[in-house]
Design a protein around this ligand. Structure first.
Ligand code: G6Q
Length: 549
């Protein structure tokens, strides 16, 4: 049945006519157990979702929505290796990449686990040689720098995890990530490394991506100018791809290629060979811990009842705000400097998965889908964009993410960090009403007229929803669980909205047009008929190339 026809959807709308007027201050006053009721723990992750505009009745209706929308069946289909990516006729079986049990995982009857394990073993053997210093460059020196060349799903995951787990990084290996075709990034990186001791990893699922291949060719030319001998490439270039032919056409020995498969979506690929930079940086043991954490979350997601299922609950809360309150965006605010790339990572995961306007059947939706995901380090955000979150006209639910463990922190710092995180969540919940604002101003000894004039600016409505996610500690296992939590949350939302969360056709149009425009910028193609604005921009560039300003 169509989403908006479901009984639970209609019941939620009728429930919303009351819920929109609730203030969370009253919800907390009315129910002293609230912080216990709306609390879930699993895999070393604690979710406090009591600071939401919900009651138990709201959750009952949202869970009914999940049941009527077929969430349980969708989860089962994913784990069964069904081709749930219907536009590309592919399974989305990234859970197999971190299946640490001895159970098979099948696609069309074939158990994919033997090949998953075999690639993991090759990665581990290679990583161990590089890390131990056995793998030598063309001048017989150990590797000191790893440059990952890739973009989107072939960049963000490894970059985010390597930064998050910097405390576990190998002391000799400096990790660098080059994604942009703006040569500034590659130039800057090459300036900092030496050909003799640098390992390049070219990561591309398709091995056709313009930005990655351009950077890869430039890096190889740079390397050969220094090494002077083509055989040296084999000691310094490895590839991660699904496209063996394109990798060997590029000149990388197939024995230096680490494979993955079409059933691994780019943005879900850090668990595959795409995670090679992660394994090089943190080692096999820690990489397996990352997989273990994700696997624990997978089992929880597959087996826990919907009402105690962390990804399902987070997904339903999101739907409550997006579809009923009209919240167009969602903020990710990590209170951990090492997690500062997490918002960007989740941005791709969510917006590329559910930024869709037609259902799996190709029918336009008549409800909102993915919100705009944004965010940054929470402690920095407090001094910047949090103003809008507190007193602006938009309502953006916020995920506060922090860890309980202060080990590794300088004395006193971790408490200040957590105090701020808790205080912000409290402020978003309670706000400050006019009476409180007046009282605060009066204490400062201001004249009554001035108190009256200023109070309007000092009022905070509060009632702004947030989730608090606390990790026991930021380590490979907890990070694995955290990432898998978001992957599955997004999948559940896609299921409720009836979307295919695993394709990304929106990325295509710009790529095709860029190829055509490139031909014109280089005078290789005649000007095509296009809009006046684009034509003018192309002409401007071509003119200035012959007559620089
Ligand atoms: C991810 C997307 C996209 C992709 C990049 C790189 O899900 O499909 O971000 O990862 O476009 O693609 P290649 O790995 O094929 O170079």
């Amino acid at each position: 049945m169509h989403l908006t026809e479901l009984p639970s959807w209609k019941a939620l709308w009728s429930h919303f006519t009351h819920a929109r007027d609730w203030h969370m201050r009253q919800l907390f006053e009315a129910d002293p157990q609230r912080a216990r009721t709306f609390w879930l723990e699993h895999c070393g992750l604690r979710l406090d979702y009591s600071k939401n505009r919900i009651t138990t009745q709201t959750m009952t209706l949202l869970l009914q929505l999940a049941r009527e929308a077929g969430v349980a069946e969708g989860i089962a289909a994913m784990f069964a290796g069904e081709r749930i990516n219907t536009t590309e006729h592919r399974a989305a079986l990234h859970v197999a990449l971190r299946n640490r049990s001895d159970q098979p995982m099948r696609i069309d009857g074939e158990d994919v686990m033997p090949k998953v394990r075999s690639v993991l073993e090759r990665m581990a053997a290679f990583a161990s040689r590089v890390r131990s210093g056995q793998w030598l460059g063309y001048t017989h020196q150990p590797i000191t720098d790893v440059v990952n060349i890739g973009i989107g799903g072939s960049d963000l995951g490894s970059l985010m995890v390597c930064q998050a787990l910097r405390a576990h990084a190998h002391p000799r290996l400096d990790m660098h990530f080059v994604s942009s075709v703006d040569s500034a990034q590659l130039k800057e990186t090459l300036r900092r490394v030496h050909a003799e001791t640098t390992l390049f990893i070219i990561e591309s699922k398709t091995f056709t991506t313009q930005e990655t291949l351009t950077n890869a060719h430039t890096a190889r030319d740079w390397f050969l100018r220094r090494a002077q001998e083509p055989q040296a490439v084999a000691r310094h270039f490895v590839a991660v791809s699904t496209n063996l032919k394109a990798v060997s056409d590029f000149g990388i020995d197939p024995s230096n290629m680490f494979e993955f498969w079409d059933w691994v979506g780019g943005r879900f690929s850090l668990w595959s060979a795409i995670g090679l930079p992660i394994m090089l940086s943190i080692g096999e043991h820690n990489f397996l811990e990352l997989l273990e954490g994700a696997h624990a979350m997978d089992l929880h997601f597959r087996d826990a009842p919907l009402e105690r299922n962390l990804p399902v609950v987070l997904a339903l809360l999101g739907i409550w705000y997006i579809n009923f309150f009209g919240a167009g965006s969602h903020v990710i605010a990590p209170y951990d400097q090492f997690l500062h790339r997490l918002p960007a990572y989740i941005q791709q995961l969510d917006m590329e998965s559910n930024g869709k306007r037609v259902t799996r059947e190709g029918r336009p939706v008549d409800y909102e889908t993915a919100p705009i995901i944004w965010g940054d380090s929470g402690i920095n955000g407090q001094h910047a964009f949090f103003q809008l979150l507190h007193q602006g006209t938009h309502i953006s639910p916020i995920d506060f993410i922090g860890s309980l463990d202060s080990r590794g922190s300088l004395p006193g710092h971790h408490e200040i960090l957590l105090a701020n995180m808790f205080a912000q969540a409290e402020a978003f919940l309670r706000g400050r009403d006019a009476a409180e604002a007046r009282a605060e101003l009066a204490v400062q000894g201001l004249a009554p007229a001035e108190v009256e004039r200023l109070q309007a600016f000092k009022v905070f409505d509060g009632n702004r929803p947030s989730n608090t996610l606390l990790l026991d500690r930021l380590d490979p296992r907890h990070l694995g669980a955290l990432i898998a939590l978001y992957e599955h949350k997004i999948f559940v939302q896609g299921l409720v909205w009836g979307l295919n969360s695993f394709d990304q056709w929106g990325v295509e149009l710009g790529k095709q047009l860029a190829q055509a425009i490139l031909g014109e910028l280089r005078d290789e193609l005649p000007p095509a008929a296009r809009d006046a604005s684009t034509t003018r921009l192309i002409e401007l560039y071509r003119r200035q190339r012959t007559q620089p300003c």
